[in-house]
Design a protein around this ligand. Structure first.
Ligand SMILES: Cc1cc2nc3c(=O)[nH]c(=O)nc-3n(C[C@H](O)[C@H](O)[C@H](O)COP(=O)(O)OP(=O)(O)OC[C@H]3O[C@@H](n4cnc5c(N)ncnc54)[C@H](O)[C@@H]3O)c2cc1C
Length: 421
């Protein structure tokens, strides 16, 4: 894999926008118009370990890069109070068509939504029109380095200098980075407080001196996301590009990423199920098997349960229910979604047999993508928190170990649960 440079030409292509909060049906129909091409390209992109530039250009033209920007700036206003449900519906549909592109649009839109929320009015005027115009944002939280083993420790720290800060750091798993104009880096200001309490966002222009994208993404699945490593070698970050107050992600923003992951996993699981149902319906010998039908029926029910939980959780978020309670429900939902996306393709092979392993079918890639993506944040670490809640030890959406905030281990802040996307 080589880090391509087409990003600039894609950036200058037309970007669609929204003049008011759209009806979700309109967003879904725009996704459906693009989806068949994305699905068709998926295997080649996977084989070549290539970023879906064309998909992104099309997504931008359809305004899908601006789903989480406020409507004042040409966005659809999703992932904002009262408007969580349409965001998750859009993500599920995107992933139904193609999970890699869905994940990348999720990362970018979350980064854009974070910049929109935490910026000062001046920063909003600076960054949001650019993003609406097509500047793509990555979200760099993880410090798990692909070619090194050992515990992931969050160390990225801004050092104050005249007019801004200096940043020397290494981030890993940076989805979207190869196509980004802005690298939104989760980092801390200097101090003795716990990492999450000092954390804010450095919005680094990818062309800044000292930024180096690493050619290290050779993975089992999610290959076309090119979630590469990025080095920051004494990069100057002007004051104007440091967004948020220290700790603001934890204290001033109730949002998390859990339902978004659940949505992607659910969409991917549904796509695998639909493939299986299609394959089986063309095989009278399989259709006639009660054993096969029972298995398929169980999968159908699992998808229904996951979707019902996602919708219920999204509704609670839209109603403005207690954020900790909502997040506990989101974690429950994500557990079910991970289970669905891991088991349906895997067990599906038992129904459709060895010939479905041929590369002309999508099930193998679906299984690899699911296995890789569900490791983004470990399910075990999430559900353990639910057990703590059941044992009377409480649950905090942002203050505990989870996929949305770094947690403390000993004196430093340790990863797995790094924020990111
Ligand atoms: C496709 C993909 C895209 C990604 N994109 C982004 C992105 O855009 N931005 C970003 O910031 N991050 C991204 N990530 C990275 C993600 O946020 C994690 O940082 C990364 O996956 C952690 O790698 P790891 O599992 O090797 O970490 P480790 O923390 O080393 O985990 C290794 C294993 O140890 C377990 N483990 C860890 N800590 C404990 C503990 N205390 N107790 C018991 N078990 C533990 C984990 O569950 C896991 O099974 C992406 C990940 C994937 C897979």
């Amino acid at each position: 894999m080589t880090i391509p440079t087409e990003a600039t030409s894609i950036e200058s292509s037309g970007a669609g926008s929204w003049t008011e909060v759209p009806d979700v049906a309109e967003v879904l129909s725009r996704i459906d118009a693009l989806g068949p091409r994305w699905r068709e390209r998926a295997r080649k992109l996977d084989e070549a370990v290539e970023y879906p530039y064309e998909n992104f250009a099309e997504a931008k033209a359809a305004g899908l890069h601006a789903l989480t920007l406020p409507t004042k700036y040409g966005g659809a206003g999703f992932w904002l109070p009262g408007r969580y449900s349409p965001w998750y519906q859009a993500l599920e549909r995107l992933a139904w068509w193609e999970t890699n592109t869905a994940q990348l649009l999720q990362v970018h839109n979350h980064a854009a939504g974070i910049i929109a929320w935490h910026s000062t009015p001046e920063q909003r005027e600076r960054f949001l029109p650019e993003i609406a115009d097509g500047a793509i944002c990555a979200s760099l939280g993880s410090e798990a380095h692909l070619y090194e083993n050992g515990a992931e420790v969050l160390e990225a720290e801004l050092i104050k200098v005249n007019g801004g800060y200096r940043l020397t750091a290494r981030k890993g798993f940076a989805s979207v980075a190869v196509a980004a104009k802005y690298l939104m880096v989760w980092c801390a200001v200097e101090g003795d407080a716990p990492y999450a309490g000092r954390m804010l966002f450095a919005v680094v222009d990818v062309d800044s001196d000292g930024v180096e994208l690493l050619d290290d993404w050779q993975m089992l699945g999610m290959r076309s996301t090119i979630s590469c490593g990025v080095k920051f070698n004494d990069v100057f970050v002007p004051d104007s590009h440091v967004v948020g107050k220290p700790g603001g992600w934890v204290t001033e923003d109730p949002r998390t990423f859990s339902c978004a992951y659940a949505s992607n996993h659910l969409g991917s699981a549904q796509a695998a199920f639909d493939f299986l149902a299609g394959y089986i319906s063309n095989r009278p010998d399989l259709c006639d098997s009660e054993v096969v039908r029972v298995k398929l029926g169980q999968m159908d029910a699992r998808l229904f349960a996951t979707r019902a939980c996602l919708q219920a959780t999204a509704k609670r978020l839209d109603q403005g229910d207690d954020p900790d309670e909502c997040e506990a429900d989101a974690v429950r939902t994500m557990h079910l979604a991970k289970d669905a996306v891991l088991t349906i393709p895997y067990q599906g092979f038992d129904l459709v047999g060895a010939r479905a392993c041929h590369e002309r079918y999508p099930l193998g890639q679906m299984m690899r993508d699911a296995r890789t993506f569900t490791l983004h944040f470990s399910d075990d670490l999430y559900v353990e928190r639910l057990a703590q809640l059941a044992l009377g030890n409480g649950f905090s959406a942002k203050g505990g170990r989870g996929g949305s905030t770094p947690f403390e281990v000993g004196s430093g802040a340790s990863g797995q649960a790094t924020a990111g996307a």
